[in-house]
Design a protein around this ligand. Structure first.
Ligand code: ATP
Ligand code: MG
Length: 608
């Protein structure tokens, strides 16, 4: 063997021995390898000032940048990411909360395939209507396959095949798996991915009444999930989109970077996605017919945009007609599109070179906020209704309040589906002498989106990440920074944390990191702790050897101040991050008091 070869082996051996020294099996250490940062794949880098104030980004780093720098995610290609071990721990905690709440409402977990055939998708019409968002390809026999973007078709087929009697209902089946959607604009890391993680529950009931009860039970279960995750959320009335059905609500985290706009009424609490919000004219405004705006709504089909039918829509000046609301009364086929275009006030459909093949205009759609129409070429009475897109400043549709707008990130969506899928796939049940299609519901949470949205809502530019305690990857990290204080000190504090009880629970068990990367400078490691956003950092400096004191840094969203401090302890806070110097002997009590009073302040039953 060459010299360099044996040197390599010696090097590897000494590295192994160095690591083995720390491992719990060889030294009786309390700190297992999985808690040691020296064992972790952590591509962390300092948050340098130049990055924070990066060119073209007045507001600093994006959450995607932070998650990448802190070693949570790694981009493979557009909208496709590896969830690194830290993110994986966050995902597991989110999943754990969801699993517990789904089981409480009778959810049974399964795992459906992601490789699907289009047969059932053709039967429901979604093969044609989903369009470019579907990932599909050919197998070796030249048969077309698709990567599952959602699983209504698959689960309905399973239930149809397996269930024989009404006695087997209700059924609540769910899974947490990857979904594949070729999004037109993948953006913001995990917020809109092309491959992402979703929890999807599908429910089956024998009649509508029970299905609606299921919907309400699921809404309550969703509220419990999001209460426990601990990020403030709003529940909005929503549109049911391509999935169909009528009862639909979205769960949102309010955030400026969100793609959705919620309209909310402070007076009565009405909250809806702007897509479907109901609203009245801005307070007591009188409108004359001249202020109406005319649009033509057309159903077109084929590549030559053949006009199948058209209607005039009149809304008040300052409003836009809502394609969504018009579609609700004017359903279109999967090969058709609805288009809306503005026209001059006296346009009646017969002029300006419009095709004469369109025989008549059907009824005029006259918006509730608009004045009486002046003239129209339409047949029959004008249909009064809410045909406009609501906006901030409009009157609330439910009370006399005013709607306000807020940007938000959609993290969950629940639908009552009725018989849309059971009818298309012929899933019926004989119940009380009648054979009817089974009533379904579907309920999704974007698990990987929740991770990034929670970070987005809990962090502040330039300060690293922060996590709600319930989903933080680890609750504490111990950072020995004094020369030679290393392992023994970390060991002692690790044991203290193991014994801490918060509301009776040992919440730090398997939840503590030790930064034993003694090849890195103290400054670098402290920076890392901040970047990763572990809620508690226990810094072991020279004060530890001298007087048994440690510095506790707390980065806990929602914590305004530390309410309980032991005597002689000193603390500082900027409202975002809190620091206290505490003696090790008092550390356990200090941590449980601080976290318990934080729970009380936030009205939470428990920390994690
Ligand atoms: P969006 O309007 O944001 O595209 P959607 O209405 O298509 O969402 P659903 O089909 O209802 O979403 O999926 C359920 C949940 O899955 C959503 O509430 C969201 O949290 C999550 N989700 C949907 N699309 C993505 C995506 N591309 N990346 C990450 N999460 C997603
Ligand atoms: Mg979508």
């Amino acid at each position: 063997m060459s010299n360099s070869g044996s040197a390599l082996i010696r090097g590897a051996r000494s590295l192994w021995q160095a690591r083995a020294r720390f491992s719990s099996t060889s030294s009786g250490s309390a700190i297992p390898p999985e808690s040691r940062m020296s064992w972790m794949l952590l591509p962390t880098k300092k948050i340098s000032k130049s990055n924070v104030e990066g060119e073209g980004r007045a507001t600093g780093q994006s959450t995607t940048d932070l998650l990448t720098k802190a070693g949570y995610i790694y981009q493979s290609s557009a909208g496709i990411y590896t969830l690194m071990p830290l993110a994986q721990r966050v995902i597991q905690k989110i999943e754990q909360i969801i699993d517990e709440e789904m089981r409480r409402v009778g959810g049974q977990k399964l795992a459906m395939p992601n490789l699907l055939t289009p047969d059932n998708w053709k039967k429901t019409g979604r093969w044609q209507s989903t369009g470019d968002e579907l990932f599909s390809f050919k197998d070796r026999k030249n048969a077309t396959m698709l990567l599952g973007p959602t699983h209504e078709e698959e689960v309905t087929a399973i239930v149809k095949d397996m269930v024989r009697s009404y006695r087997q209902y209700p059924l609540r089946l769910y899974q947490t798996t990857r979904k594949f959607r070729d999004e037109a604009r993948p953006r913001a890391g995990l917020l809109r991915g092309r491959e992402f993680m979703m929890k999807d529950m599908y429910t089956f009931d024998v009649d509508k009444e029970q299905a609606i009860e299921t919907f309400h039970a699921m809404e309550a279960a969703y509220r419990r999930c999001f209460d426990r995750i601990g990020v403030a959320y709003a529940v909005a009335e929503a549109d049911s989109g391509n999935i169909g059905g009528s009862l639909s609500k979205e769960f949102h985290f309010a955030n400026q970077s969100g793609e959705d706009t919620l309209l909310e009424c402070k007076s009565c609490g009405y909250t809806a996605n702007e897509e479907r919000a109901l609203s009245k004219s801005p307070a007591r405004k009188t409108i004359s017919a001249g202020q109406n705006k005319r649009y033509v709504a057309r159903v077109v089909e084929g590549s030559d945009d053949k006009i199948v039918k058209q209607r005039i829509v009149e809304v008040a000046h300052g409003h836009e007609p809502s394609v969504l609301k018009i579609k609700r009364v004017w359903p279109i086929k999967s090969n058709q599109r609805l288009e809306v275009a503005e026209v001059t006030p006296d346009y009646d459909g017969s002029s300006s070179g419009e095709p004469s093949s369109v025989a008549t205009f059907e009824q005029l759609l006259l918006d509730d906020c608009a004045a009486e129409a002046r003239n129209s070429n339409s047949t029959g009475e004008a249909v009064r209704g809410d045909w406009h897109v609501a906006k901030a400043g409009d009157g609330c549709g439910e009370c006399s309040g005013v709607l306000e707008a807020r940007r938000a990130i959609e993290v969950g969506h629940i639908f009552y589906l009725g018989d849309k899928y059971s009818k298309a796939l012929d899933l019926s049940v004989l119940y009380q002498g009648q054979r009817e299609h089974v009533q379904m519901g579907c309920f999704g949470i974007g698990v990987s989106r929740v991770l990034q949205a929670a970070a987005e809502c809990s962090s502040v530019e330039g300060r690293g990440l922060r996590w709600p305690l319930s989903i933080a990857p680890y609750l504490a990290s111990i950072v020995p920074v004094a020369e030679n204080s290393g392992t023994k000190a970390a060991e002692e504090v690790y044991r203290v944390l193991d014994s801490v009880r918060v509301h009776g629970a040992h919440i730090f068990k398997d939840n503590v990191l030790v930064d034993d990367r003694d090849y890195l400078s103290a400054g670098f490691r402290l920076n890392d702790a901040q970047l990763m956003g572990i809620p508690l950092t226990i810094v072991l400096g020279s004060g530890f050897a001298e007087s048994g004191q440690v510095e506790v840094q707390l980065r806990v969203p929602g914590m305004q101040s530390m309410q309980s401090m032991p005597e002689n302890a000193s603390s500082t806070s900027d409202g975002y991050e809190h620091r206290a110097r505490v003696r090790v002997a008092e550390l356990s009590e200090f941590i449980s008091q601080v976290l318990e009073s934080h729970c009380v302040a936030l009205g939470m039953a428990k920390v994690a």
